[in-house]
Design a binder for this molecule. Structure first.
Ligand SMILES: Cc1cc2nc3c(=O)[nH]c(=O)nc-3n(C[C@H](O)[C@H](O)[C@H](O)COP(=O)(O)O)c2cc1C
Length: 362
């Protein structure tokens, strides 16, 4: 008899039949996770998400390109032809999204999953997005990224109940709630709050995110009760990421992420993003912009220096650079740039090995 978690994992993977369990997910990083990265992750038997574009209107061209790229993979093409659904997901930051544009495009392209994140008005806003997306694309599963137990419970109990919860721990790169816990405590507490005592067929699959770079972290997350893992920072160092080479080099060079990354609003503001909902900030690598801010340099002066650095191309990035370099505390485990498919296979195959090794060693 399969355990409740095994049954949940089987149900999750059945929605993405090209994928292999345990599910490895490419997170929807704004601009950086474009069609090439998403398709490369799905082609390797994971589930790749396209992140928000620079503007909501970029979605149509991204999905159009993704539907062309599918032809490179027989299993993805077969799935798309048989179901009329794209074998990738799409991510939205709902506070900055345009629901009308989103639903028009989703009705046309029908991705397998939509990942909603960072509402300004809490669960009410997520419910509205979920309802309208389900109206135009019934086969699209709704994934909600949650940074806390309370948000997870709200998403699980709402009338537009999430199909999947992405449990984002405080180690994550990019944006999150300023107050947070690491997935080692957050994930089991969320599991107990939303799934404990619930019939296996009604349990919500949990995807762990935040600090997972390789098989050891991924294996640990599965032991905590995850049905799959999502990675952002790891895919920043993939060949298919839409990323400046200077940014990518800093990711590979950085170590000791707890010391060399910082959670702050500074990088949002330097990029001109002043409108993030209250209580959210972002984790990025420490560089000269942060050091100046920390020393008390006025924001306006810092912004001028940022604008100058932006003109330097690759030279504007790095430990001595100034550009906003969003990354998680796991950067020190990113040791080189690889193809996204290779990353997916390595982590997925490694999970079984590390769990079995740990179990034998006990
Ligand atoms: C550069 C960058 C951009 C991101 N952009 C988004 C985004 O637009 N929407 C979103 O839901 N999550 C975004 N995230 C967060 C990821 O979804 C995910 O939670 C996080 O990367 C997981 O932690 P990790 O970076 O340690 O793997 C971003 C992360 C990074 C590193």
């Amino acid at each position: 008899m399969a355990s409740p978690i095994q049954q949940t994992i089987t149900r999750l993977i059945s929605h993405y039949p090209w994928a292999t369990s345990p599910l490895i997910v490419g997170a929807p990083m704004k601009v950086i996770a474009g069609p090439s990265l998403a398709i490369a992750v799905s082609s390797a038997g994971g589930l790749g998400f396209i992140g928000p574009g620079a503007s909501p209107s970029d979605l149509e061209s991204s999905l159009s390109l993704a539907s062309q790229l599918i032809s490179s993979s027989p299993s993805l093409s077969k799935f798309a032809q048989e179901t009329g659904t794209l074998p990738i997901g799409v991510g939205f930051q709902t506070w900055a999204g345009d629901l009308r544009v989103a639903t028009q495009v989703l009705e046309k392209f029908k991705p397998s999953a939509v990942w909603l994140f960072a509402p300004r008005h809490g669960q009410k806003e997520l419910d509205e997005w979920s309802r309208k997306i389900r109206e135009v694309s019934r086969g699209t599963k709704i994934w909600i990224q949650v940074p806390s137990v309370a948000d997870a419970v709200a998403a699980a109990k709402s009338e537009e109940r999430a199909d999947v919860l992405v449990v984002q721990g405080a180690d994550a790169g990019g944006h999150s709630r300023s107050k947070g816990a690491g997935i080692i405590t957050l994930l089991p507490e969320v599991y107990d709050a939303v799934n404990d005592g619930v019939e296996p067929e009604n349990q919500i699959p949990l995807i762990a995110a935040g600090g997972i770079i390789e098989q050891r972290g991924a294996g640990a997350a599965m032991v905590l009760g995850a049905a799959g893992v999502a990675m952002g920072t790891r895919f920043l160092a993939s060949r298919e990421a839409t990323i400046n080479r200077g940014y990518q080099r800093h990711i590979v060079d950085a170590s000791d992420g707890g010391q060399n990354t910082v959670r702050t609003q500074l990088y949002n503001w330097l990029r001109g993003e002043r409108n993030w909902p209250a209580g959210w900030d972002a984790r990025g690598l420490v560089n000269e912009s942060w050091r100046d801010h920390d020393k008390g340099v006025e924001f306006e002066r810092n912004r001028e220096l940022y604008a100058e650095a932006a003109k330097k191309g690759e030279g504007g990035w790095g430990e001595r650079g100034r550009m906003a370099t969003y990354a998680g505390t796991g950067v020190g485990l990113v040791r080189g740039v690889k193809g996204a498919g290779e990353i997916v296979s390595e982590v997925r195959d490694g999970i079984r090995k590390v769990i079995s090794r740990a179990s034998n060693e006990l």
